[in-house]
Design a binder for this molecule. Structure first.
Ligand SMILES: NC(=O)c1ccc[n+]([C@@H]2O[C@H](COP(=O)([O-])OP(=O)(O)OC[C@H]3O[C@@H](n4cnc5c(N)ncnc54)[C@H](O)[C@@H]3O)[C@@H](O)[C@H]2O)c1
Length: 358
């Protein structure tokens, strides 16, 4: 198997860009690393902490470096399209954080640009890279569930974390930004079968009072073309000090020959301490008790980063260096997931069923 040396750019030096840069800096095939941020001080601080070769406040300067072969786009949700299109124009493969974009117009421009340039674009649906969900996919591929009849999933988190997301991107609602993982997962498990209709209802009180349009609770039913029915729900409005420091989820898949029940509330992993536990995503937030492993990105331990984002980043870098296939969400899958989440938003807003186009 070939093992190319590669140059990597990370655009956006915030929470997730920082993790991507750390993982890239540790990867044995990465021989050049450049980082950017619209705030050049942030880029240079990250460059220093990972010993990157170059940093800038100008994305184009970083993406177009001749040593750079591929690009992570880790900017906020509403700012994905610009750096993606810059990289694609230069023929450089892109890994963008979820969701691909916040509008279908942006998603279509991105898919068209990737296809016209013949350049691979993947999306960071890190839930796929948690061992539990990866194993579930494996069982489905091996036929152990038979035909999938339906599924149910719900994800909870605190309003403290949702407010961090809303402050960054007010249009990035719990549906577009979080339920999107579970839409991606359902479509991955039902690979090759098209979602055709969405019915959703929601309730707004807490975030509305704070001036946001995001719903506190949303429940949706997505019907697939073969009749499979998938019930998806999200509540990111739990009290600020609820012990989840990320996603507390359940996912259940029901097949003709088998069933998979994933309990990812992590109530079996409790840390309690009078010393206080900092929150990886919410600055200044400390708790006495947390469900460990609820940080959906993963966790630092013993000087290294472990968990879904570590697996996902390493696997994409391996793919670039060796050509080995990787299971990351494709541009077209990301576009379809966005269409489903936008339909959930619309149905919850209008109280009408929404048909999805082919
Ligand atoms: N996979 C996961 O587990 C996971 C978890 C959280 C967030 N995310 C995704 O990661 C992305 C970033 O989230 P975050 O939490 O890192 O946000 P963040 O606010 O911590 O970081 C974003 C950074 O991008 C910079 N930035 C903004 N616009 C820019 C531009 N046009 N060019 C260059 N830099 C720009 C900001 O200054 C900031 O430093 C989002 O798409 C989010 O949905 C993924």
């Amino acid at each position: 198997m070939r093992n190319k040396q590669i140059g990597i750019a990370v655009v956006g030096s915030g929470r997730i860009g920082t993790l991507r840069a750390h993982m890239a800096a540790r990867h044995p095939s990465v021989r050049f690393l450049a980082v950017s941020d619209k705030d050049p001080a942030r880029a240079s601080a990250l460059a220093e902490s990972v010993a990157a070769n170059f940093s800038s406040g100008d994305n184009e300067e970083v993406v177009s470096r001749p040593e750079v072969d591929a690009v992570f786009v880790s900017t906020p949700e509403h700012d994905h399209a610009g750096p993606i299109l810059q990289a694609l124009r230069l023929g450089k493969p892109v890994f963008v954080e979820k969701p691909i974009a916040l509008t279908l117009e942006d998603a279509d421009r991105i898919v068209a640009a990737a296809e016209a340039a013949g350049v691979d674009l993947r999306i960071g649906y890190s839930r796929r890279h948690d061992r539990r969900w990866m194993l579930a996919k494996e069982q489905i591929v091996r036929g152990r569930l038979g035909r999938i009849l339906g599924a149910t999933a719900r994800v909870y988190n605190t309003r403290a974390q949702m407010l961090q997301i809303l402050e960054r991107s007010p249009e990035a609602t719990p549906i577009l930004d979080v339920l999107t993982y579970y839409v991606d997962m359902a479509c991955w498990f039902l690979e090759g079968i098209r979602p055709v209709e969405v019915v959703a209802r929601g309730n707004s009180l807490i975030f509305k009072e704070m001036g946001y349009s995001a719903q506190d609770v949303t429940w949706a039913i997505v019907t697939f073309e073969d009749g499979a029915v998938v019930n998806l729900g999200v509540c990111y409005a739990l009290p600020a000090k609820y012990p989840s420091h990320g996603q507390s989820a359940r996912f259940e898949v029901l097949g003709t020959d088998g069933v998979i029940l994933l309990d990812q509330d992590n109530k079996d992993s409790i840390l309690f301490t009078d010393a206080g536990i900092p929150h990886a995503y919410v600055p200044g937030h400390t708790a006495n008790m947390v469900f460990m492993q609820t940080n959906s990105s993963g966790d630092w331990a013993m000087g290294d980063f472990w968990g879904p984002i570590a697996n996902e980043t390493r696997s994409w870098l391996d793919h670039l260096a060796t050509g080995r296939p990787c299971p990351h969400t494709t541009a077209r899958e990301g576009r379809r997931t966005l269409a489903v989440t936008l339909a959930i938003e619309e149905s919850a807003r209008t109280s009408r069923a929404v048909r999805l186009e082919g």
